[in-house]
Design a protein around this ligand. Structure first.
Ligand code: HSE
Length: 403
C-alpha cells in the first residue's frame, strides 16, 4: 500500500483525487493519508475531508510514501518539498515556478535521500512531454525545442486572430472563462512560458538554462493591426517558446512570433499547448494537448505517482552547470516590422540598400509595414536603431518568423 500526502487541494489536487477514485478498480494500492490546506473551511464537504489539516507539523507527522505538491508558487512550496525530500519521501509536483527556480537543487537533494522527484505536470499540463524527452528520446541529441507552452495567451491570440478584436477584449474573455488569472501578468508577460521552456531546455541540452536568461517578451503590446499585416503575409501570431542548441551555446526566447499558416504550431489553437522537439536521430516529433485544467493536469500527476509506485523512478538528472544563453538569433530569419515615420520613401530607400528583398506589406499616413529576410536579428535591429538616431524614424516594432 502506498500512502499519498497531498499539499494543496485546489484545481489540480481535486483532479488527482478524482483520478485516484476513478481508478480504484485498477489500482487499489493507493491511499490518501493527509491533505494540507491553508484554509480548512474552504474545503468542507469535499472528498477525503477527514484527512484535511492546516497544520504543517501534523501533516508531516502522518505516515506517507509520496508527497504530492500542488499548492503552486515558490513559497512555502520550496520549504515543504525540501522537508519532504529530507524526510526521504518521494515527491511529485506540478509546480513549474518551483522546478524552474530550484529544480537542480531539489533533484540533488532527492538523489542524496535516495528518493525520486517527478514533475511531468509542470510543463504542458496533461501532455506527456518530460517522460518522452527523458526516456524515449534519450538516444538523440536535441537540436531545438519550439512550442506554445501557455494556454491563456494562446487563447487570447487565437481570439485576436479569428475575431479581429483588441488585446484587452480578448484578455477579458479569457479571464471570464477562467483561463487567465485575475492577475494574468505571469501568463501575458511570458514568464510562465519561459519557466516551462527553461525546464524543457535544461533536460534536453543537459545543462542548466536559467529562465531569467531567456529573452522574454509578452503579448501585451500586440495590436489588432499586427494581425492584419501578419494575415496579409500568410502567418498567424503565436507566443512561441523556442530554444536552439548551437555548439556550446543555446539561443532561447519567448516572444510573439509569426507562424506560417498550415504549419504544426499554427494549428495549436485556443487553450491548447503544443511542442515540437527536433532530435538528431528522430527528426521532428510533436506533442499537443491540454496544457492546464483539473483533470488534464491531474492526469500527469497521477502518472508520476503510478510510476513511483511501480518502481519506474527515472527522472531528470540534476544539471547544475549553467550554459550560455544567446538572446538574439543569428541565423537567417524573416521579420515583419512596423515603423512610425514621416519619411516613408527615404526609409524604404535606405533599408533596401541593406535588405534588398524588402517587401512593402502595408502603409498608413505615418506608418510602414515591411517584411524582409535578415541574416541575424541584430542586423535589422541595428539598422532600425541607426535610422532612429538619424531622425528618419520615430519608433519601430518587429515580429520575427518562427523557424
Ligand atoms: N496559466 C497556465 C497557462 C496554466 O495558461 O498555460 C498552466 O501552467
Amino acid at each position: 500500500m502506498a500512502k499519498i500526502a497531498l499539499m494543496g487541494y485546489g484545481v489540480v489536487g481535486s483532479g488527482l483525487i478524482e483520478l485516484i477514485d476513478n481508478n480504484k478498480s485498477k489500482i487499489d494500492n493507493l491511499e490518501v493519508s493527509s491533505i494540507l490546506v491553508r484554509c480548512l473551511s474552504k474545503h468542507e464537504g469535499k472528498k477525503y475531508s477527514e484527512y484535511l489539516t492546516d497544520n504543517v507539523e501534523e501533516f508531516f507527522s502522518q505516515e506517507s510514501d509520496i508527497v504530492v505538491e500542488v499548492m503552486g508558487s515558490l513559497h512555502p512550496a520550496y520549504e515543504y518539498v525540501k522537508r519532504a525530500l529530507q524526510a526521504k519521501k518521494h515527491v511529485v509536483t506540478a509546480n513549474k515556478d518551483l522546478i524552474a527556480e530550484y529544480g537542480g537543487e531539489l533533484l540533488s537533494l532527492a538523489k542524496e535521500s535516495g528518493v525520486t522527484l517527478k514533475f511531468e505536470a509542470s510543463v504542458g499540463g496533461g501532455i506527456p512531454i518530460l517522460k518522452p524527452l527523458i526516456e524515449s528520446l534519450e538516444g538523440n541529441s536535441i537540436k531545438s525545442i519550439r512550442g506554445i507552452l501557455n494556454g491563456t495567451t494562446n487563447y487570447i491570440l487565437t481570439k485576436m486572430y479569428n475575431e479581429n478584436v483588441d488585446y484587452e477584449e480578448a484578455l477579458k474573455e479569457a479571464q471570464a472563462l477562467g483561463f487567465a488569472e485575475a492577475n494574468p501578468d505571469s501568463d501575458v508577460l511570458g514568464y510562465d512560458a519561459a519557466r516551462k521552456l527553461a525546464i524543457l531546455s535544461t533536460i534536453a541540452y543537459k545543462n542548466r538554462i536559467s529562465w531569467k536568461n531567456i529573452n522574454i517578451e509578452g503579448i501585451n503590446n500586440l495590436e489588432r493591426q499586427d494581425f492584419i499585416y501578419a494575415k496579409e503575409l500568410g502567418y498567424r501570431i503565436k507566443l512561441i517558446a523556442e530554444s536552439i542548441m548551437e555548439g556550446d551555446q543555446v539561443y532561447a526566447s519567448v516572444r510573439p512570433a509569426l507562424v506560417k499558416e498550415g504549419s504544426i504550431l499554427s494549428t495549436i489553437n485556443n487553450e491548447v499547448n503544443g511542442v515540437v522537439f527536433h532530435g538528431d536521430a528522430v527528426g521532428e516529433v510533436s506533442f499537443t494537448g491540454k496544457g492546464a485544467g483539473m483533470l488534464p493536469t491531474g492526469s500527469a500527476v497521477f502518472g508520476d505517482v503510478l510510476d513511483i509506485i511501480r518502481g519506474r523512478k527515472e527522472t531528470s538528472e540534476n544539471y547544475l552547470n549553467e550554459i550560455l544563453v544567446n538572446r538574439y538569433i543569428d541565423s537567417e530569419v524573416g521579420v515583419l516590422i512596423r515603423i512610425k515615420t514621416e519619411e516613408k520613401k527615404n526609409v524604404i530607400k535606405k533599408l533596401r540598400l541593406e535588405f534588398p528583398d524588402l517587401q512593402l506589406v502595408g502603409e498608413k499616413r505615418d506608418e510602414l509595414a515591411l517584411y524582409m529576410n535578415t541574416l541575424g536579428e541584430t542586423k535589422i535591429h541595428d539598422a532600425l536603431e541607426r535610422l532612429k538616431l538619424e531622425g528618419n524614424i520615430i519608433s519601430f516594432k518587429k515580429l520575427l518568423r518562427a523557424v
